[in-house]
Structure formats: C-alpha cells, structure tokens
Design a protein around this ligand. Structure first.
Ligand code: ZN
Ligand code: FE
Length: 254
C-alpha cells in the first residue's frame, strides 16, 4: 500500500493536497480551499477524484466542495459541522471512524478546538496525517469554538502518532510561528530549526509537511508543560499551560 501526495499553494497561505492511492489510482482532495486550483491540478495530473475529505467547516477548507463535487462526482466525507457552509457531507464521519480510498485507509481522529467538530485523517500504513487547522509547523489553530482543554486533548492525540508521521498542515504560517516560538522558548533545537525556516522562506520554499517528532521537540504549544515554569505557571495543569501559550500567541505582535 502506498500513496502519492501532491501539494500546492493556493489562496493567500493555504496548501491544497491531492492524495492518490497508488494501487487503484483513485484520488482524494483534503479540503477544498480553492476549487479552480484543485480542478486544474487534478486535470494536469490526470487523477480521478473519488473523495473530498473535509477537516472542518471553514470556507477555506470546505468552500469549494459544491463546485468540485459538481465537476467530478466525488463523494464529500466530513464532520457534521460542514453543513454550516450550506451543504451537508454525503457521509458524516467522526473520531473512531475510518474512510477507504481504494486500498488506503484513513483513520478519523477527533481534533476539535479550532472548530468544535474538527477532525484529522491519519493513514497509519504510510505514516501520513492531514491535520487541517489543528497542528501547524511550530503552531496550532486558534481556538475559535473549543476550549483549551479540548484543543490540548486533540493535540495530544496527534502527538501520540509515530514520530516519523508526516504532518500535512493546511497553512504556511511557519515563519511567524517561529518568531513567536523564539519569544517563549530558548530550546537549542528550536533556534536551529527557526534559522532553517527563515532561510527556507527567503528562498520561497515550503515548510510543510513537518513531522510529529520535530513538532514534539520544538513546537511551543506541544511543549507547553515544559514552558510553564518560564511563563510563571509552575504547577499548572498541562491544558492550563497550553492555554497560556495560546493566549500569548493571540496577543503576540511579531
Ligand atoms: Zn480554519
Ligand atoms: Fe484554515
């Protein structure tokens, strides 16, 4: 079993992802940030779209569903909350479900916090996770709907995946995340990673995908418990430390 992931930038800072099950040639798109761009990429690859997999209801993730479905006949699979963009998914899924694309199986992981019904898709055979706006390189999604405790649980679910899992985040926010991370954490591994990120972005290179191992070592949101004392929160519960890091990022001007 194997997959091929085709990644491309779209909108102002989103990434589109097309995933092909190599055994059958069937393809899925992860979210629908930009229908025209996705249809163009599909045509140039010559891939046949079977599934649209939505992580959450935001328009830069599900806004292209109707146009892509009309053009390709693909089945929309996503959390119930996707109905908020005007059309319910053809198949509703939640944490614990699985979705098949040819011979590839995606486990659905509950990852609420950014939105209440946010989910992620994990292909355990290929160590690939499509995490939407839950986990970013050196960052995490804003808490628009959920609580810090819910988001912390979601992040821990992702952190429990194998270290070499490729993490396909939906946005290129990494340089600004790195500036914030350096303001709250002085881990040597973070410093060298941040330098590499700034240089990569200067060259116009992408910083996505990242890996679970790299994020566990350097992402200040996953490292919140280790940063608690520095932030004057010695003895805080893990999700309270996480809430403090999230609040600091929300007001960070960098
Ligand atoms: Zn979002
Ligand atoms: Fe987004």
């Amino acid at each position: 079993m194997s997959i091929t992931v085709h990644q491309f930038p779209c909108l102002s800072d989103n990434y589109g992802f097309l995933v092909r099950d190599d055994a059958t040639g069937l393809a899925a798109c992860i979210d629908t940030p930009d229908a025209d761009a996705i249809l163009r990429e599909l045509a140039s690859l010559g891939w046949k779209l079977d599934l649209i997999l939505n992580t959450h209801w935001h328009p830069d993730h599900a806004g292209g569903n109707a146009q892509i479905k009309a053009a390709t006949g693909a089945t929309v699979v996503g959390p119930k909350e996707v109905e908020r963009i005007g059309q319910a998914p053809d198949r509703e899924v939640a944490g614990g479900d699985s979705v098949s694309l040819g011979q590839t199986r995606f486990e659905v992981l509950e990852s609420g916090g950014h939105t209440l019904g946010h989910i992620a898709f994990f292909d355990a055979a290929d160590h690939a996770a499509f995490v939407g706006d839950t986990l970013f390189a050196l960052g995490c999604g804003r808490l628009f709907e959920g609580t810090p405790e819910q988001m912390w649980d979601s992040l821990q679910r992702l952190a429990a995946l194998p270290d070499d899992t490729k993490v396909y985040c939906a946005h290129e926010y990494t340089a600004s995340n790195a500036r914030f991370a350096l303001s709250v954490d002085d881990a040597p591994a973070l410093k060298s990673r941040a330098e590499a990120i700034f240089a990569a972005r200067e060259r116009g290179e992408w910083t996505v995908p990242t890996t679970i191992g790299l994020e566990k070592a350097t992402n200040p949101f996953l490292r919140a418990p280790q940063l608690a004392e520095r932030m004057g929160l010695a003895g805080a519960k893990d999700h309270e430390a996480f809430a403090a890091v999230r609040a600091a990022k929300d007001s960070f001007k960098g």
